[in-house]
Write a protein that binds this ligand. Structure first.
Ligand SMILES: NC(=O)c1ccc[n+]([C@@H]2O[C@H](COP(=O)([O-])OP(=O)(O)OC[C@H]3O[C@@H](n4cnc5c(N)ncnc54)[C@H](O)[C@@H]3O)[C@@H](O)[C@H]2O)c1
Length: 372
């Protein structure tokens, strides 16, 4: 198969869909990989590294999309990329189609096979290609929290770990999933007092086993959340209700009781945020104050650490890319029902039910199309 790796062109996107190691794995398996020049620059991979790994470098995105039978990317295609997509081309990337009617229509009209990272499932039913970015964002949440707690950054001037004779900062993490657990690991490592709040008691039991007595756990309720954040220096929002907007668990009224200069990092901002006063911010202007609390609500936190994020993402995506290249789509999804879940569009039909429902479009099961 010919695999195309274009440079990402979305604003401030520095990740890339394949590392040189990924290119090597694909070329070793007998495939041809064409890479747009400078595709890896933002993640620290020079063209020469791709060349050494066996890639053919091409000077333009048009050439890469023109040759590639499978295009491997990070972000969903944006308008300048639409005309480059062509019939039967396999597009392997994050798609997030539900809110994106324009892109969905383009994929359908152009009969592109759209395999979306975010809907692939594994044997446990979790989303293996979303997990790495949650790990990055969770770990970053405490790192940026510590930074913004510094006086010069606008916070209350509190050191997370305290020092002998001065108590450590209090970190309250709402949601104990992937983001929350990774945030807790860093916060505990920095010596903070950590409390994790979740409404899933089994999850709290697991967290208690993982962290032993190093954290406190609380069952989620408005009362307990209000109580916990009244003494918090750093609050991390990390809840997710799959397929739904995040519930507003912290209200503006509750924030009035949070100490001035405390920092709130609402990682769940990409699902609307779990705090009433959350609105999305960017890396260039990441923060704002409400009720004296410094809010950090960047919707694409992993974008700040593209090198780590590219490695983390491609560690998870490469095995799927290899299976798609080695077997072709049909055989690959027959062998792996979780990969089949990733197929959102095929032959001009919408094959992912939730997207069809949210856009009020017709849904066609993939099996029906593959057996035709
Ligand atoms: N901003 C970013 O750059 C960025 C990056 C990665 C992930 N995210 C987002 O972070 C959020 C969390 O992701 P995740 O991978 O940790 O999800 P997850 O499913 O692993 O964890 C979510 C947790 O929230 C808990 N929860 C649900 N309702 C709750 C409630 N009412 N009270 C307390 N806890 C509740 C669940 O039990 C679960 O443990 C998602 O919205 C995800 O999209 C954002």
């Amino acid at each position: 198969m010919i695999i195309g790796l274009p440079k990402e062109i979305k604003d401030n996107e520095y990740r890339v869909g394949l590392t040189p190691a990924g290119v090597r794995a694909l070329t070793d398996a007998g495939h041809r990989v064409v890479v747009e020049t400078k595709a890896g620059d933002g993640s620290g991979f020079e063209d020469s590294l791709y060349e050494r790994a066996g890639a053919t470098m091409l000077g333009s995105a048009d050439e890469v999309w023109g040759e590639g039978e499978m295009i491997v990317k990070v972000k969903e295609p944006i308008a300048p990329e639409y005309p480059r997509m062509r019939e039967d081309q396999l597009l392997f990337t994050y798609l997030h189609l539900a809110p994106d009617v324009q892109l969905t229509n383009q994929l359908l009209q152009r009969k592109v096979t759209g395999v979306a990272y975010e809907t692939i499932t594994d044997r446990r039913g979790t989303l293996p290609l979303l997990t790495p970015m949650s790990e990055v964002a969770g770990r970053m949440a405490v790192q940026v929290g510590a930074h913004f707690l510094e006086k010069m950054s606008g916070g209350g001037g509190v050191l997370l770990g305290g020092v002998p004779g001065v108590p450590a900062a209090r970190v309250v993490i709402i949601g104990g999933g992937v983001v929350g657990t990774n945030a807790a690991k860093i916060a505990v490592g920095m010596g903070a007092h950590v409390t994790i709040i979740d409404n899933n008691l089994d999850r709290l039991r697991e967290l208690d086993d993982i962290f032993l007595s190093k954290i406190s756990t609380l069952a989620s309720s408005a009362y307990m959340i209000h109580d916990a954040i009244q003494t918090a220096d750093l609050i991390v929002g990390a809840v997710l209700v799959p397929g739904a907007s995040a519930p507003k668990l912290v209200t503006r009224n509750m924030l009035k009781d949070v100490p001035n200069g405390a920092v709130l990092v609402d990682v769940a901002v990409d699902q609307g945020g779990c705090v009433e006063t959350t609105h999305p911010t960017t890396h260039s202007e990441p923060t704002y104050y409400v009720e004296g609390v410094l809010h950090y609500c960047v919707a694409n936190m992993p974008g700040a650490v593209p090198r780590t994020s590219t490695f983390a993402l491609t560690n998870a995506t490469l095995p799927y890319a290899l299976r798609l290249a080695n077997n072709g789509l049909k055989a690959a999804v027959e062998k792996d029902p979780g990969l089949k879940e990733g197929v959102n569009t095929y032959g001009g039909k919408l094959t992912y039910e939730a997207v069809a429902i949210s856009q009020n479009k017709e849904y066609t099961p993939l099996d029906q199309l593959l057996s035709a």
